[in-house]
Design a protein around this ligand. Structure first.
Ligand code: HEM
Length: 418
């Protein structure tokens, strides 16, 4: 790659995201060092007018600042993705992630108790059982796809269970999530119509489930949302469906991506794998945080300035867009010693892969951590010699740092099922 320049910013070019990791890192390092807050053109999206451009925030401290000042940088003016959509549409597509307080807080509070560490403790046996079943299904084979067969099923099944999606519909959720978060990759999305089709499918599923729970309540999150009242009013079916879609999509794809990157990083850093296998419990907490930092499954989110302000001395005008590049913040030399080293003992590890703090901080962070911890433990115990046999096939996306496929092999063994 020629020397990077701001004028030739590649961020809006989907081809940039298909280039080798080193080249992309070089560009973000250049921005961090020389242009910590810089203006970039927006990507062109089919059927949408090109937006006016945005400020890219690439240093850790600035991402944290933007995240923690929702009064200056809001989510409810055209959404939290780079392209603007009418606010009503943004709420249809993204629910609370595209809202501001007080509405954001009211809706988030309806389900947040289900994601507290104490509440998640109740799920642990279930997570363990499902992790065992995932490994049971592949153990006799000796080889499989580490993404589809190992990383994907656990987070998908757990979130589907939490919201009450029956197992027969899990594959539908999986495929629709791939489309919704795979925008930009021609394998999943050929145009905006595919995207809208996937939303439509999940909306239909949500509506059916929601109506059912209204008649026959259970203890799943769908029931909670359908029966809850905010300011004396129930959510409309449309509001519920949007929230449901956010939960199922955010709850499966990101954690799948983190587990997949973890498997690849452990394969390419065998010393780290050995260390963790020898001292699993002792290192698990730090190791999970390092895998999530290393992976940074969500590459960016956007905010909109609510008034004239500044970031690191750069004036930002009211209404301008600000994009937080989590991938860059998580490699910021100002926040991490030797940020390009994969170090499972890293501590402290103030990564921003779950967001930089503030009201939108990932609702499912504790769930994701728990799922990862259980899954790696099960894999180390049952498939200790698992190795990746070909480099990962990456998702073509500037939004999700996804891995689509990654073949692996291991010594076959019998399932442990009773
Ligand atoms: C390793 C896995 C995960 C990563 C890296 C991740 C990352 C993120 C990020 C970056 C945000 C935005 C934070 C912000 O704007 O400040 C977010 C929000 C969110 N995440 Fe996650 N996430 C993960 C797993 C999950 C899981 C398992 C769920 C389960 C439902 C989930 C549900 C959500 C929801 C509902 C929001 C919106 C919160 C709000 O707007 O108040 N995430 N996540």
């Amino acid at each position: 790659m020629p020397n990077p320049t701001l004028e030739a910013s590649p961020l809006g070019d989907i081809e940039f995201w298909a280039r080798p990791e080193d080249e992309r890192e070089e560009f973000f390092r250049f921005l961090r060092d020389e242009h910590p807050v810089s203006f970039h053109p927006e990507p062109q999206v089919e059927n949408f007018p090109r937006g006016p451009g945005y400020w890219a925030v690439v240093r850790h401290a600035d991402v944290v600042h933007v995240s923690r000042h929702p009064e200056l940088f809001c989510s409810g003016r055209g959404g939290s993705n780079i392209g603007d959509v009418p606010q009503e549409m943004a709420e249809y597509l993204g629910s609370i992630i595209n809202m501001d307080d007080p509405r954001h807080r009211q809706l988030r509070n309806l389900v947040s108790h289900g994601f507290t560490p104490r509440e998640l403790e109740r799920l642990v046996d279930d997570v363990k059982r499902r992790a065992r079943e995932v490994v049971d299904a592949v153990a006799p084979l000796g080889a499989c796809d580490a993404v589809a067969d190992i990383a994907a099923p656990l987070p998908l099944q757990i979130i589907c269970d939490m919201v009450g999606v029956p197992p027969s519909m899990e594959q539908t959720v999986f495929e629709a999530s791939n489309v919704i978060l795979g925008f930009g990759d021609p394998e999943y999305v050929t145009g905006v119509h595919d995207l809208m089709g996937a939303f439509h499918t999940l909306h239909g599923l949500a509506t059916e489930l929601g109506q059912h729970r209204l008649r026959e309540p259970t203890d799943d999150l769908t029931s909670v949302l359908m029966h809850a009242e905010v300011d004396g009013q129930r959510l409309t079916l449309g509001e519920f469906a949007s929230f449901f879609i956010l939960l199922v999509v955010a709850g499966n794809e990101t954690t799948r991506t983190a587990i997949s990157h973890g498997l690849w990083a452990l394969h390419t850093h065998p010393d780290q794998k050995r260390l963790w296998m020898e001292r699993y419990d002792e290192l698990a907490q730090n190791a999970i945080e390092e895998i999530v930092r290393w992976a940074t499954p969500v590459i960016h989110f956007r905010r909109t300035a609510t008034r004239d302000t500044e970031i690191a001395g750069q004036p930002i005008a009211e209404g301008e867009k600000v994009v937080m590049w989590y991938n860059s913040a998580n490699r910021d030399e100002r926040a991490f010693d030797d940020p390009y080293r994969f170090d499972l003992t890293r501590f402290p590890n103030p990564h921003v892969a779950f967001g930089g703090g503030g009201p939108h901080f990932c609702l499912g962070a504790n769930l994701a951590r728990r799922e990862m911890r259980v899954m790696f433990e099960e894999l180390f115990r049952r498939l200790p010699d698992l190795e990746i046999t070909e480099p990962p096939v990456m998702l073509r996306s500037g939004f999700i740092h996804g891995i689509k496929r990654m073949p692996c092999r291991f010594t076959p063994s019998a399932p442990e099922r009773d």
